[in-house]
Design a protein. Structure first.
Length: 649
């Protein structure tokens, strides 16, 4: 049965398993599938139609890990995978999603849509319809077309044929990978090659259900022994000099500022996991960077949410990252400390878990793999004080060889009541979130009547055009709606017409967040309020005079970059994704009941465990970010504990 016309088949290659991995991993797996075909429900064709996507022997255990994926006519089948271990010459099946009788379920297709058409359809799903140019064709185990990112993707758009199980049939699809410009989603769409409809999609960005609530309502190191495997793999590496780099941080096992004070740690890098220190990238003596950048992580601020490297502190020739900290200031005032702590904690995650199997062959995050196997060029991009959200964090995990991205947000303290309505039925104090640009809300009150920004084009309250009531705004606090143009543009227009401060109304049911952007000309403070509150204020201001005050009562947003548990949680997503599906299958943990959230909490708990801790203790996750004492529940419905009177789940 001919499923694809000739142009789609051109250049599709058949992998030679033995040559690909340097030894014969295929035979033991083939024998296992043959011997267990009945219990697995696999046909004779099923046990022959698969490829090895990853295979390596773990340095910490000596176990061999083999990841396979089913194919039809040399094209992969989405998440039709199985994982194997070889331990003392015994083959063990550790996970199975192979599709029984695959060949009988494949649907025929004629005149399939092109890769270019699939990209255009995917862009329409993002409500950003574009036509982009094909840049090149990569030939691996099947054709992968690479398109320019255009205005919709942070990375080149990769498209490859992929069979996908859909309602009992296996249909030919195009898998289209688009990393949204916001960095909030890295979509992998499966578009039907026959009809052009969306079959399914998954997101390589893990949003951690850290949905903040002041009411505790959920939304969601020991000394490491040496190993002969590790000693052998690094025998040729020169011994590094004693570490002189120093970092004033909340050193593990401290979880946060609430759990203890900062300390100056000197030379904390692990000589096995980071043999040339944390600031190297070329594998030779001498650091390449004196900033918070190196082989394992590049940490910088991204308050303007442009997803490009911003400011990084410089430790100078002695690599001294010892900066003062005063948390009774806006977060931007102590960015050196926040970025340093983020850099430190990411490197500690890299170095600790290297010894437990998350090394180069298994897909860890390194710019230079120092000849130890795996794909390199994928150090973590860690974005401190990110302006893309609030009360949360996320982690993007592409396949091995592409950098992971960690975005750490600010968290609203429960008492951040920056806004007061002084008269009328709405009189009272309300929460508001400051923008990441412009000056903060001052300690000296700004009080005036509230004026709605009006422009001539619907939505007339969104400040995307010059106002028709500029005179009324002069000297007053202005309220306007989010949407259609940038925050900076809105605030600048209001300021140009005399506004002394701006209140932006959220246009969704999501929580307000620090508005992102950059401006050297905005000199007035601006805040965002939730949609329900803002629309009530607009409605009231349309018919009567409202007098309002903006004032900082001494409480600032909390910085997630100081919550080591949350940093460990985010990094944990990268570990669990690359180990579960293999370094080259970042889509494995995309099902509804995948356990990545719980596993990441486990990483947070283990990295912050202290001598004397017991399983029966009460351990909340994210208590610092959640404005709670260390005894609080944190961001989950209950703290972790083996005591069922504390955690009954």
């Amino acid at each position: 049965m001919k499923l694809l016309h000739n142009s789609l088949l051109t250049g599709i290659l058949t992998l030679c398993m033995s040559a690909a991995f340097g030894q014969d991993y295929k035979t033991p797996v083939q024998n296992y599938l043959r011997d267990h075909s009945t219990e697995l429900g696999l046909s004779d064709k099923d046990i022959l139609s698969w490829i090895i996507t990853d295979a390596y022997t773990a340095t910490n255990t000596g176990f061999t890990h083999i990841y396979i994926q089913q194919t039809f006519e040399n094209i992969r089948v989405f998440n039709a995978t199985a994982n194997f271990l070889i331990v003392d010459d015994e083959v063990i099946l550790s996970g199975n999603r192979l599709i029984p009788n695959l060949h009988d379920k494949v649907a025929n297709v004629t005149n399939p849509i092109s890769a270019s058409e699939a990209v255009h359809i995917a862009s329409q799903l993002l409500e950003e319809p574009v036509t982009v140019r094909k840049v090149r064709l990569e030939r691996m185990d099947e054709e992968t077309y690479v398109f320019e990112p255009g205005k919709i993707s942070l990375e080149p758009i990769r498209v490859r044929p992929m069979y996908t199980l859909n309602d009992g049939q296996v249909v030919l699809t195009w898998e289209v990978s688009i990393y949204e410009q916001s960095a909030l989603h890295w979509w992998n769409f499966r578009i039907s090659a026959s009809s052009g409809e969306l079959i399914n999609k998954n997101d390589w960005v893990n949003h951690c259900s850290f949905d903040y609530s002041g009411e505790n309502i959920p939304v969601v190191c020991e000394e490491i022994p040496s190993s002969p495997w590790i000693e052998q793999s690094l025998a040729a590496a020169p011994a590094p000099p004693p570490g002189t780099d120093e970092y004033n941080v909340f050193a593990i096992p401290l979880e946060s500022p609430n759990h203890g004070s900062r300390s100056l740690v000197v030379g904390p890098y692990d000589a096995t996991a980071s043999p040339y220190g944390w600031h190297d990238t070329n594998g030779s003596a001498g650091e390449e960077y004196t900033t918070t950048r190196g082989n394992n992580v590049f940490a910088y601020e991204d308050r303007d949410d442009n997803n490009q490297p911003g400011y990084s502190p410089d430790g100078g020739p002695t690599l001294s990252f010892d900066f003062p900290l005063d948390m009774s200031q806006p977060a931007s005032a102590y960015e050196d400390v926040a970025i340093t702590n983020l850099f430190y904690m990411n490197n500690m995650m890299h170095d600790v878990w290297y010894h437990y199997g998350f090394d180069e062959p298994s897909g860890n995050f390194q710019d230079n793999n120092y000849g130890n196997g795996g794909s390199q060029g994928d150090e973590i991009r860690a974005e401190a004080q990110d302006g893309g959200g609030v009360n949360n964090a996320n982690f993007a995990t592409p396949n091995d060889g592409s950098s992971g991205r960690m975005q750490m947000y600010l968290w609203n303290p429960t008492s951040a009541e920056l806004l007061t309505v002084n008269n009328g039925p709405m009189a009272g104090s309300y929460e508001a979130v400051e923008a990441s640009f412009g000056p903060p809300v001052p300690f000296t009150p700004i009080t005036s009547d509230l004026v709605i920004y009006e422009d001539p084009v619907p939505d007339t309250y969104n400040a995307c055009e010059d106002p028709i009531n500029g005179t009324a705004m002069n000297g007053n606090i202005v309220i306007l709606r989010r949407g259609e143009c940038t925050f900076v543009d809105k605030i600048q227009r209001a300021q140009d017409n005399g506004a002394v401060a701006v209140i932006v109304v959220q246009n969704t049911l999501d929580d307000p967040f620090p508005m992102g952007g950059f401006s050297s000309t905005i000199t007035i403070p601006s805040v965002m309020v939730e949609q329900a509150l803002g629309e009530m204020m607009i409605s009231e201001a349309e018919t009567s005079t409202i007098n309002v005050t903006l004032v900082n009562q001494g409480t600032y947003a909390l910085d997630g970059d100081f919550d080591n548990g949350i940093i460990a949680h985010e990094y944990g997503h990268g570990i669990s994704i690359r180990l579960t599906g293999g370094p080259n299958n970042s889509s494995c943990l995309s099902n509804d009941e995948q356990m990545g959230e719980g596993w990441s909490d486990w990483f947070a708990l283990i990295m912050t465990i202290e001598p004397g801790d017991q399983g029966t203790d009460s351990r909340g996750i994210g208590t610092f970010a959640n404005s709670e004492p260390i005894t609080g529940n944190g961001i989950r419905p209950a703290p972790y504990s083996t005591n069922t009177t504390i955690n009954g789940y």
